[in-house]
Design a protein around this ligand. Structure first.
Ligand code: NAP
Length: 304
């Protein structure tokens, strides 16, 4: 199947790109490998998207998806298995078929980081979770921990504290990376207990999570918490190993592309969290989608 523009990823960057590419008059296919909306679906509440006072991440993802499919844009839930980006005719293969395009927009987002401590992998899905929005309801009235100091950890701590008996927020430094407005809200919640300058040495439990062993990085002192759940929110990492050798990546593994979203390859653009950038937010991902789509449409038109 041949398209003008093939978009890899159905998060805010990819879906915004689809919207703009369609409106620019080129044919478009979006391939998403797991869930429409990307990381947004892990966010309980979005309150910083201009013009929208308050919306859940899942509802925002659904609205984006419906807006795109409502325009007749084809969106397929398929995982790419191989890429040919460094030739004039681009091609992406999935288990179901081969998709060819004149231009490609890589909007594959990022993946979640893990703690790497003993017990984490073994107890994943058995009390260890990476998504408070998805799994929080299983811990009604329970005592849980959340690890991290960014906006995700702060938002998740607030979200979990609505239904859990107690939430232990464990962060490796004494300053939060997340916004001060969220940090202040967290400090005011009676049932959120802060463990600053602390790291998780081990998540304990046989069949399911029973607790965690923490170490204070300043004193070396160890403490143990009895817990039913441990939520890990220690940030995101690029997921671009499959493009190495074709697309230029920066030292951290993000696709090298500036504000124009152009990569080292003609006709290949990178949009959203996947590219080198300072601010990774929904609005900057959506903005990238628009820029990349118009760049790709111009590129396609220049071939004719
Ligand atoms: P993040 O901002 O990168 O924060 C990750 C946190 O995890 C940091 O506090 C970091 O500690 C800690 N950390 C990293 N590796 C660790 C490890 N191995 N062990 C223990 N702690 C570790 O990630 P995020 O909170 O997922 O947010 C990702 C992006 O989405 C950010 O740009 C964020 O602003 C954005 N976001 C925005 C909103 C919003 O605006 N409402 C909501 C959610 C996410 P250090 O601080 O010491 O580095």
């Amino acid at each position: 199947m041949k398209y003008d523009v093939l978009i890899l990823g159905g998060g805010p960057a990819g879906l915004a790109a689809a919207l703009y590419a369609k409106r620019a008059g080129v044919s478009v296919l979006v391939l998403e490998r797991s869930i429409y909306g990307g990381q947004v679906t892990n966010t309980p509440t979005v309150e910083n998207y201009p013009g929208i006072l308050n919306i859940s991440g899942v509802d925002l993802a659904m609205a984006l998806y419906e807006q795109v499919t409502g325009l007749g844009i084809e969106v397929r839930l398929e995982e790419p298995v191989s890429y040919q980006l460094d030739a004039p005719a681009k091609a992406v293969a999935t288990a179901r078929g081969l998709y060819e395009a004149k231009a490609v927009i890589v909007a594959n987002g990022v993946k979640r980081r893990t703690l790497g401590c003993p017990g984490e992998e073994r107890l994943a899905g058995r009390g260890v979770s990476y998504c408070a929005t998805c799994d929080g309801a299983f811990f009604q009235g329970a005592e849980v921990a959340i690890v991290g100091g960014g906006n995700t950890a702060l938002e998740d701590a607030l979200f979990l504290s609505n239904n859990c008996a107690a939430v232990h927020l464990i962060h490796r430094r004494d300053q939060f990376r997340g916004s001060s407005i969220l940090a202040e809200a967290v400090k005011k919640r009676q049932n959120i207990h802060l463990h600053l300058n602390s790291v998780v040495e081990e998540i304990t439990g046989e069949e399911k999570v029973a607790g965690a062993r923490l170490r204070d990085v300043t004193t070396g002192e160890e403490t143990r918490l009895e817990l039913s759940g441990v939520f890990v929110a220690v940030g995101l990492a690029p997921d671009n190993a499959a493009f190495a050798g074709q697309l230029a990546l920066d030292g951290a593994g993000y696709i090298q592309a500036g504000e124009d979203c152009r990569t080292n390859l003609a006709g290949v653009f990178a949009a959203g969290d996947t590219r080198t950038k300072e601010v990774r937010q929904i609005i900057t991902a959506a903005a990238d989608g628009a820029v990349a789509a118009l760049g790709a449409a111009n590129y396609v038109n220049s071939l004719e």
